[in-house]
Design a protein around this ligand. Sequence first.
Ligand code: SF4
Ligand code: SF4
Length: 324
Amino acid sequence: MNSALQQQTLHDWKGIPFSRSISGLPAGPVDLTTLQVNLGKRCNQACLHCHVDASPSRTESMSRPIAEQCIDLLERIPSLEILDLTGGAPEMNDHFRFLVESARRLGKTVIDRCNLTILSEPGFEDLASFLQQHQVEIIASLPCYTRETVDRQRGHGVFDRSLAGLKELNQWGYGTTLPLHLVYNPSGATLPGDQALLEADYKTQLSALGIQFTSLFVLANMPIHRFLATLLHDQTFEPYMDTLAAHFNPSAFAKVMCKSQLSVAWDGRVFDCDFNQMLELPSPNFPTLADITVDALARRGIRYANHCYGCTAGAGSSCGGSLT
Ligand code: SF4
Ligand code: SF4
């Protein structure tokens, strides 16, 4: 689905508009701490629920000049403490290691959103040791601890390769001395369960397989891209949106990630978050990376729309898991 059609579909949904739900609530940004950089749409997987529409056939990938502008931004804006690298498979970008090394040199925390199977792709044999050497924090997708569910969502053989990736990361100290967070999302059009209960469940199941991890982040499925197409195909779009809206949580809205982060696309355009990026809703405040200054940040606004119910339903959902 192209982004215009997605925007129209979300706009035409018949429920209470998100703008009305947040009327009267503080909606502005707080201190900017995180720069999330999407290095492109290339991925070695093509998962059913991918909100990026990534796959091995995609060619969009960040260039060196844009990567250098991201590092320049980290230098110019002192409050930016975290560089959060995502994709696609961010490690497939030619400038991934440049970004990691440069940001670490500046003393920033670096997060790699890793799909785990990339660790066993040819040419990436030294990736785990590189990440460990630079003390990169890892957030890895594992939507379930059963082979059947993971392979259905993410492709045949992904479960076994993901476990192999986790075991390799454990050997490098991830899950014990270095952070290794896992990401869960529901397999269908339902809200995710309680994060603490699911984490306890994951710990039991994965420790039985000899795998350690730091914590579990529970994410709701955003009604955009492939998941939106699935909802429309299954005629569950309206009921799913109704469920999200019925569970709108003002406490979650107070902590949505767009309030403290900016998102940069592979081509250098600036967005409030990765989801707005995928819907082609750029930040009106920052046409380019060079427009982000301390003064301009003080005036920035956030582009909310109906998909934002995905971040604010129930316990809330963000790139760091539940919000409340
Ligand atoms: S691994 Fe991540 S980026 Fe790649 S297709 Fe799956 S969900 Fe999308
Ligand atoms: S989807 Fe909406 S609420 Fe969620 S981070 Fe993006 S702009 Fe904020």
